[in-house]
Ligand binder design. Sequence first.
Ligand SMILES: C[S@@+](CC[C@H](N)C(=O)[O-])C[C@H]1O[C@@H](n2cnc3c(N)ncnc32)[C@H](O)[C@@H]1O
Length: 207
Amino acid sequence: MTGQRDRWAELTGGRAGEEYARRFARLAASGHDIHGEASFCDALLKPAARVLDAGCGTGRIAIRLAELGHHCTGVDVDASMLAVARREAPTQEWLLGDLARLDALGLDPDFDLVLAAGNVMPLLAPGTGATVVGHLAAALRPGGLLVTGMGLDAAHLPLDEAPLTITEFDQWCARAGLTLRQRYATWSGDPYDGGGYAVSVHTRPAT
Ligand SMILES: C[S@@+](CC[C@H](N)C(=O)[O-])C[C@H]1O[C@@H](n2cnc3c(N)ncnc32)[C@H](O)[C@@H]1O
């Protein structure tokens, strides 16, 4: 661990797993599509792709991607979130670990796609974003994709203010050797217009 608590842990005390799962179950029961992120990623992937769900939480996205035929590894630092994922999909790979120390997990690299959805980037521990992006980029195969979704203002975050700008995030990606391929305002692919939520697709150039 980095020694500094991530913002998610500061918000939740590391006990949010069951309530987070209930919240999405309620949304699904009331007719909301809770699989927008998985559908978005699936559309970018060839069949049976390798996906790293970085900050996978309760596994709602990785489980859906596995249902769609992909091979998903989930990593999260919150044991209460991972406990839900392990219960819901015991045969999938779930790893307890800090994205700022992703190298310590000894993962096989060459993922086709690395996903950090659900505000993982703004909820990291302060000062660790660039390091995390470096590790996520290193986990990609040449030509692989980093897909992120993040709020950029208080209206789109469980925080009083946004801890990062999209410009800072793009700079971290550029330093990690990634190129911005596409940016949207939603997981449905609405065009990005400089608003408070960004879905970004960066790519590790093929060598
Ligand atoms: C709002 S939840 C989103 C979970 C999931 N991606 C989703 O969309 O349902 C944010 C997650 O990021 C995880 N997270 C934050 N910092 C982390 C870190 N340094 N390493 C691993 N996971 C982290 C939290 O533990 C939490 O599960």
